[in-house]
Structure formats: structure tokens, C-alpha cells
Ligand binder design. Structure first.
Ligand SMILES: NC(=O)c1ccc[n+]([C@@H]2O[C@H](COP(=O)([O-])OP(=O)(O)OC[C@H]3O[C@@H](n4cnc5c(N)ncnc54)[C@H](OP(=O)(O)O)[C@@H]3O)[C@@H](O)[C@H]2O)c1
Length: 215
């Protein structure tokens, strides 16, 4: 059974998954890279960015769950590019010629364009569809494997609100951002639908896993 999963989704103590003022030079707005420092320190990230070294502890173990069993990703337009990318015919995402997805990757946008084939197995497809419809398309492309919802917070929130997420890994980072885009707004009572576990890491972050309760 193909599941819908979220991994390494990092939020501040006050629930923001990105800061205010996203731009080409600041993909996470005023948050800078503070939401993902825990991940950049891991050997998983080192391998991803062609470096050596990195930690091999709790954070690394969680970070590595990003890839296995995933056959497609769905992401939002604001994860794919800064405001206005839709006007740039050459924009191919932040990640260079070989993005870290390595699967069909569906970008939800009200400004669809032709698909872009990248190196390493990532093909970006642009889709204007409701979450359930988008999931159906991504599932088909995933060939029986799981579908990852990659963010940002608006898209994650929409999939959670629609009851479409089977497993979610949220990383609570001990910073207070104060402004940006929040994950939890409008999701009152969401916890009732999930088995929730928490693991504290020596790095200071808390890994929270939400696994949908079986019916
Ligand atoms: N903390 C983390 O772990 C994490 C992970 C991923 C991303 N991020 C960050 O999150 C930020 C982006 O998040 P966000 O909440 O601003 O935006 P987002 O979720 O990436 O994208 C929202 C946008 O996607 C399009 N969209 C969403 N649903 C759609 C649908 N059903 N049909 C068609 N288009 C649809 C709309 O854009 P249009 O109307 O313009 O097409 C909408 O404004 C970035 O700063 C990114 O770096 C953080």
C-alpha cells in the first residue's frame, strides 16, 4: 500500500516552517538556515552535498528516512522558487542540475508550465490540482512506492487538513521566529488522528513522528 509521508520538516518553537521575506538570496526569509542546521551537520547531508564527515547519531538516523521507499514528491510553488519564478522561463529550482529528489516531482502551481527533466532521475511536473487529485497523479508516477509531501507549510497544512498524510516527521528546532508561515494553523485536534512519539536529540532539536492511527 502506497503511503503519503513527510520527512525532515523543520519548525520553530512557535510553529513557523519558514521566515518572512522569502527571496532569491533568502529561501527561508529572515529564518536564514537556522531551521535546518541540525540536518546540515549530519553525514546524510554531507553525502547529499558531496562532502565527507558529518554526525552519525540521532539526527542522522532520522534524516536518512527521507529517501527509502519514496517514488514521487509533491511540493508547493513557493518551495520550488522565490516569488516571481513563474515569470522566469529558465528557472529550474534552487537545487542545481541534479536535485536531491531523484523521482518525479510535482510542483503545485496556478501557473503550470512544461515538465523539466533534470539529472539524477528528478523530473519536475507542474500541476494545478486539489490535494487528493495531485496525490492520485503522484501515486501513479510512484509505481507503488510512497509519495513524499515536501512542503512548504501551506501545502503540508492542506494535505493534513484533507486527511491525506499517513506519516509525518516534524523537527522542532529551539528557535523563536515570531513571523513567517506557520504549520499548525487551522489544524486543531489533528493529534487525535495520530500516534505521536518524541525523541530529543543532543543537538537540541526534538524529532516528532506522527503515524496515522489504524481505522
Ligand atoms: N521547514 C521546512 O522543513 C521546509 C520544507 C520545505 C519548504 N520550506 C520553505 O517553505 C517556504 C514555502 O512555503 P509556503 O507555505 O510559502 O508555500 P508552499 O507550500 O511551498 O506553496 C504554496 C503555493 O503553491 C501553490 N499551490 C498550493 N496548492 C495548490 C493547488 N492545490 N493548486 C495549484 N497551486 C497550488 C500556490 O502558488 P501559486 O498560486 O503562486 O501557483 C501556493 O501559494 C519556502 O520558504 C521554503 O523554503 C520549509
Amino acid at each position: 500500500m502506497s503511503r503519503t509521508r513527510i520527512h525532515n520538516f523543520s519548525i520553530s518553537l512557535d510553529g513557523f516552517a519558514t521566515g518572512e521575506g522569502q527571496a532569491l538570496e533568502t529561501p527561508f526569509g529572515h529564518a536564514g538556515h537556522r531551521l535546518h542546521e541540525w540536518m546540515f551537520a549530519t553525514s546524510f547531508a554531507a553525502e547529499m552535498f558531496g562532502r565527507t564527515g558529518g554526525t552519525c547519531g540521532v539526527d542522522d538516523a532520522f534524516a536518512r528516512r527521507f529517501d527509502p521507499g519514496i517514488g514521487a514528491e509533491i511540493m508547493g510553488a513557493n518551495k520550488f522558487g522565490p516569488p516571481g519564478w513563474q515569470d522566469d522561463a529558465d528557472w529550474k529550482g534552487w537545487w542545481g542540475p541534479d536535485p536531491p529528489f531523484h523521482t518525479p516531482t510535482f510542483v503545485l502551481t496556478h501557473h503550470p508550465r512544461a515538465s523539466i527533466e533534470m539529472e539524477g532521475g528528478t523530473t519536475f511536473h507542474f500541476l494545478e490540482a486539489m490535494p487528493a487529485e495531485a496525490l492520485e497523479v503522484a501515486r501513479e508516477a510512484a509505481g507503488g512506492q510512497d509519495v513524499r509531501i515536501g512542503g512548504g507549510p501551506t501545502v503540508v497544512r492542506d494535505f493534513l487538513a484533507a486527511g491525506l498524510v499517513d506519516h509525518m516527521h516534524v523537527v522542532q528546532v529551539p528557535i523563536v521566529l515570531g513571523r513567517g508561515v506557520r504549520l499548525w494553523d487551522g489544524l486543531e485536534g489533528l493529534d487525535a488522528d495520530y500516534e505521536i512519539e518524541a525523541v530529543s536529540s543532543p543537538s537540541g532539536v526534538t524529532h516528532l513522528t506522527f503515524t496515522r492511527k489504524s481505522a
